[in-house]
Ligand binder design. Structure first.
Ligand code: AMP
Ligand code: ZN
Length: 437
């Protein structure tokens, strides 16, 4: 089974909205593995060519990120790629078999554009080579809209030279007189690839002309994935993908979470509140992947409490022995019913409440966890070893709070967090919690 998932554009940290998509894709993959498919999974890293608008306008996100941080684009790419991989590990997301980097595949992308050119799908205007969407009759099929509807829906066109609003850049030429940090020679002049071409080219390089499953966030349907299909199928004449699977967005009080803008919560921000990455994973599993999920800190704390409860239960069970077949079948049926993770979690809690012996429950939970990925196999009694120094800081903070010196109390909380702990203020006084990393 071949699986391609669109990866991050590495100009900033991933926000927890992005991470919801990778968690959903991990469930797709783990379900296939649990069903005993062999999966070959490729994820790309976009380190060039993604402009600030998906419609080929604005600055390159990477060059913009480099300017913001006064570092080289290559540094930015390496730094945020590492940060992303770290997030993946913390969320217990399985690594792809192949990480494919856009800048490692410039030659292949140029060669693909040449093929499109030969077949008559391209035209050149002053800022680059474009794909002529009118030449590809089924353009836009993924959206369920006709080409003229897509055109009408396209926003006001900024590039007057484009023949049709839906046409998109395959190769962008470096602007005259300015040197970009990332640019390459090509038959059309020095420049860089458009964003969409990398996925069509790298997916086919590693997975063949037709791939089984291709995933991404729902925002990719109208532009990125629609363009991936056009570029790929125009050359091969074969279906590019058998199944497209898209995940809905994480939203903040109905506001979309964007990588640029104020509503930007990272996994680090979650950890800073004393909430574990796996609690965020649990939170995501509580919603179906095709539903919007509204984020709130309260709901996330609820997920942490549920996960703590789950770990406590698992801790109390004996060594795993013959599982509960009835629950295992139910779980498997449910997760295979369009990846119904909320119901799968409900089955898990039913099992926990059931009268089955602990050893059987544990065996079955470990089987569930192959898909859920909550690290139930690693649950062990984690002793809280709060040092005297931490207790002293908590005591000082409590005194500062009593005097309503909130500035001092915040400073002290920071120092407590640096020691790996957090305090929760309850009616019974401060409760010390270990921060899970
Ligand atoms: P990017 O790094 O911007 O290319 O985005 C990485 C992935 O996150 C893509 O698959 C997007 O579709 C997805 N994505 C972006 N914003 C959100 C969001 N708020 N909720 C869920 N997924 C998102
Ligand atoms: Zn892609």
């Amino acid at each position: 089974m071949s699986l391609y998932t669109c990866g991050p554009t590495v100009y900033n940290y991933a926000h927890i909205g992005n991470l919801r998509t990778y968690i959903f894709e991990d469930i797709v993959k783990r379900t296939l593995l649990a069903d005993r498919y062999r999966v070959k999974h490729v994820m790309n890293i976009t380190d060039v060519g993604h402009l600030t608008s998906d419609a080929d306008e604005g600055e390159d996100k990477m060059e913009k990120g480099a300017k913001r941080e006064r570092r080289s684009v290559w540094d930015i790419a390496a730094f945020y790629t590492d940060a992303f991989k770290q997030n993946m590990r913390e969320l217990n997301i399985l690594d792809p078999d192949i990480w494919a980097k856009a800048t490692d595949h410039i030659k292949e992308q140029v060669a693909w554009i040449q093929k499109l050119e030969k077949l008559g799908y391209t035209y050149q205007i002053s800022d680059g080579i474009y794909f002529d969407t009118s030449k590809f009759p089924s353009y836009g099929a993924l959206t369920g809209q006709k080409l003229h509807e897509l055109k009408e829906g396209a926003r006001v066109e900024k590039n007057a030279e484009k023949r049709h609003p839906t046409d998109f850049a395959l190769w962008k030429l470096s602007p005259q007189g300015s040197k970009r940090q990332m640019e390459w020679p090509s038959p059309w002049g020095t420049g860089f690839p458009g964003w969409h071409i990398e996925c069509s080219v790298m997916a086919q390089k590693f997975l063949g002309e037709t791939i089984d499953i291709h995933c991404g966030g729902i925002d990719h349907i109208p532009t990125h994935h629609t363009n991936e299909i056009a570029q790929a199928e125009a050359v091969t004449g074969k279906p590019f993908v058998h199944y497209w699977v898209h995940g809905e967005f994480l939203v903040l009080n109905k506001i979309k979470m964007a990588k640029s803008g104020d509503h930007f919560i990272t996994l680090q921000a979650v950890k800073d509140k004393g909430i574990s990455p796996l609690a965020y994973r649990y939170f995501c599993l509580g919603a179906h992947y095709r539903s919007k999920l509204t984020f709130s800190w309260d709901a996330l704390q609820g997920a942490q409490n549920a996960l703590d409860h789950l770990y406590k239960e698992v801790e109390s069970y004996g060594s795993p022995k013959i599982g509960c077949a009835e629950y295992e079948q139910k779980f498997s049926r449910t997760i295979n019913d369009d990846l119904d993770t909320p119901r799968a979690l409900a089955i898990m809690w039913d099992l926990i409440k059931s009268k089955n012996p602990g050893s059987a429950k544990k065996q079955t939970l470990l089987m569930f966890d192959k898909v859920l990925g909550l690290r139930l196999d690693k649950v062990k009694k984690e002793k809280m070893t709060v040092t005297d120094a931490v207790r002293e800081l908590v005591e000082k903070r409590e005194q500062a709070r009593k005097k309503k010196d909130f500035k001092k109390s915040d400073e002290l909380r920071k120092r407590i967090q640096e020691q790996g702990y957090d305090v929760q203020d309850t009616d019974r006084g401060p409760v010390i919690k270990k921060i899970r990393r």
